[in-house]
Design a protein around this ligand. Structure first.
Ligand code: ZN
Length: 194
């Protein structure tokens, strides 16, 4: 894991995660005002800290963090459009976002899906099946890390993770997208991500 310097106090741990058994998870989240309030900045940073630490063996055990690549504020019961994502590529290079008001402004018609299906911190039950997503998306939002409005062009795994997190703003969960009759039905022209 990247060295993040001094270890932060953990505001969010597994105990704070709202599960899909709670109706709150299905509520709609609201835009936040830009410039971000101190409170919203703190929430974004604490979400980012959760994801960063969740993939570190020692810290995840110490703070009881279930590993994640992303988290939305909705999942800790804060109905605001805030999300954090931490992705490691094959070379261990890191892509991190701490986004406010993330919004998909365009997407490809072509679909993509993870061969092994998706998972979610808020979902304990087993929901197998393909989750069709747009293969490519363009997203806009304010990124706390870069301190400015950014535009992200994402494809592949990154595009899927961003769509999964933005879905939380609308109370949508990954398994809502799984074909009920045939969870593993072939998705036409889709890119399969191993
Ligand atoms: Zn999720």
């Amino acid at each position: 894991m990247k060295d993040y310097g001094e270890i932060q106090d953990m505001r969010f741990t597994s105990k704070e995660i709202i599960k899909d058994t709670q109706a709150l998870l299905r509520d709609t989240s609201l835009d936040v005002s830009i410039p971000l309030s101190k409170e919203d900045q703190n929430t974004l940073f604490d979400l980012l800290t959760y994801v960063r630490y969740s993939v570190d063996p020692e810290l995840s055990e110490k703070y009881d963090l279930r590993p994640a690549v992303g988290i939305a504020a909705t999942q800790v019961g804060i109905l605001k459009k805030l999300l954090a994502i931490v992705l490691y590529d094959d070379n261990d290079d890191i892509t991190e976002y701490a986004l406010a008001n993330a919004k998909i402004i365009s997407h490809s018609q072509q679909k993509a899906y993870l061969k092994g299906g998706e998972a979610c911190l808020s979902v304990d039950g087993l929901h197998e099946g393909y989750v069709p997503r747009a293969a490519r998306i363009t997203v806009e939002g304010y990124d706390l890390i870069q301190g400015k409005e950014i535009r992200i062009r994402a494809k592949g795994y990154e595009a899927i993770v961003i769509q999964h997190e933005i879905d939380h703003f609308f109370g949508t969960l990954y398994y809502d997208h799984i074909n009920k009759e045939n969870p593993f039905m072939e998705i036409k022209d889709a890119i399969v991500i191993e």
